[in-house]
Design a protein around this ligand. Structure first.
Ligand SMILES: CSC[C@H]1O[C@H](OP(=O)(O)O)[C@H](O)[C@@H]1O
Ligand SMILES: Nc1ncnc2[nH]cnc12
Length: 288
C-alpha cells in the first residue's frame, strides 16, 4: 500500500504549504468534517491536512466531528494520521516549547461519539497501544530533525473541557494517575483511527504547566496561543520532513494498525443491520 500522510492540525495550526495544493470538501456517512481538507504532495507523497477546529477555530473540543474527520481522511486514501496538538505538561522537564510523542492515553471525555460501530454491527478493537509505535518513531525523528526537543513517550490525559482543570484535578492526574500531559482532543480520535485501521500518532506541543504547580498562576489561553505561535514554524518543518520518512517505511504496519479489524467484528453476518453496514463500508470495507 502506498503511504498517504494525514495531518490533523490542532490549535494554532490551520494551514500548510503543499505541492499541487487544493482544498477539498469531503462528505462522509457521519456528516462533514471540521473543514475542507487541504490535499497535495510533499516529496512526492500524498498529504491531506485537516484543521481540527476548522479555519478560524470554530469547533469546540467536545463538539468536534471526529467520526467525519477520520472517515474523510480514510476516504481520501490516508494510511497514517499524525495529530499535532497543544498540551499542558505535568512534568517539570517537559517544558513549554518541547514536543511529546504520546504513547499512552487516559480518556476522561464524556458523551462524545466514540465508535463507528454499534448495535447492528459491533466490533471490539484493541487499544492497548492507542498510538502506532512505528509512526510515532517517524514523527519523533522528523521533530528532532526540525530541531525540537522531543520526549519519546508520555501518557496523555484527554479531558472533556472546554474549561481547564482545577488544581485538585491537575494534581490527581499527575500524582495519582501518572499522566504526563493533558489535552482535550486526542480522544476519541485515537479510538476512531484504530477502528478505521489507520496508523495514528500524537505530537503534543507543550504550551503550559496546567494548574498543579505551587505558586504558579492558572492556565491562560492567551499564553497558550503565544507559545503555539512561537512554535508553529517548527510544526510545519516537522510536517515537511515526515512524508519522505514515511515513504521509506512502507506498509503493512509492523504493529498491525492496518489490520486492527481482522478479528474484531462480533455480530454474525446474518444479524447485521444493512443500513449500518452500508455506512461502515466507508471505514471498514476491507472486512465487510
Ligand atoms: C487553546 S488550548 C486548548 C485547546 O488546545 C488543544 O487543542 P488541539 O489538541 O486541537 O491542539 C486542547 O486539546 C484544547 O482543545
Ligand atoms: N493545560 C491544558 N489543559 C487542557 N488542554 C490543553 N491544551 C493546552 N494546554 C492544555
Amino acid at each position: 500500500m502506498t503511504a498517504h500522510l494525514g495531518l490533523i492540525g490542532g490549535s494554532g495550526l490551520y494551514g500548510l504549504e503543499l505541492d499541487d495544493a487544493e482544498w477539498r470538501e469531503v462528505a462522509t456517512p457521519w456528516g462533514r468534517p471540521s473543514d475542507a481538507i487541504l490535499t497535495g504532495r510533499l516529496d512526492g507523497v500524498p498529504v491531506s491536512f485537516l484543521p481540527r477546529h476548522g479555519r478560524g477555530h470554530v469547533h469546540a473540543p467536545g463538539e468536534l466531528p471526529s467520526r467525519a474527520n477520520i472517515a474523510a481522511l480514510k476516504a481520501l486514501g490516508v494510511t497514517d494520521v499524525v495529530s499535532v496538538s497543544a498540551v499542558g505538561s505535568f512534568r517539570e522537564e517537559m517544558t513549554p516549547g518541547h514536543l511529546v510523542v504520546v504513547d499512552q492515553m487516559v480518556d476522561r471525555t464524556a458523551g462524545r461519539p466514540a465508535s463507528f460501530f454499534g448495535t447492528g454491527c459491533i466490533a471490539h478493537v484493541s487499544l492497548a497501544r492507542p498510538t502506532c509505535p512505528r509512526l510515532s518513531a517517524l514523527a519523533a525523528e522528523a521533530a528532532e530533525a526540525a530541531g525540537a526537543t522531543v520526549h519519546r513517550g508520555g501518557t496523555y490525559l484527554c479531558m472533556e473541557g472546554p474549561q481547564f482543570s482545577s488544581r485538585a484535578e491537575s494534581r490527581i492526574w499527575r500524582d495519582q494517575w501518572g499522566c504526563d500531559v493533558i489535552g482535550m482532543t486526542a480522544m476519541p480520535e485515537a479510538r476512531l483511527a484504530r477502528e478505521a485501521e489507520l496508523c495514528y500518532a500524537v505530537v503534543g506541543t507543550v504550551t503550559d504547566y496546567d494548574s498543579w504547580r505551587d505558586g504558579a498562576g492558572p492556565v491562560d489561553a492567551a499564553a497558550i496561543v503565544a507559545v503555539l505561535a512561537a512554535n508553529v514554524e517548527r510544526g510545519r518543518d516537522l510536517a515537511r520532513r515526515l512524508p519522505a520518512l514515511l515513504r521509506d517505511e512502507g506498509h503493512p504496519c509492523a504493529d498491525g494498525c492496518d489490520r486492527a479489524l481482522d478479528h474484531a467484528i462480533m455480530t454474525a453476518p446474518d444479524r447485521r443491520d444493512p443500513a449500518l453496514v452500508a455506512r461502515l463500508r466507508a471505514v471498514a470495507g476491507r472486512v465487510l
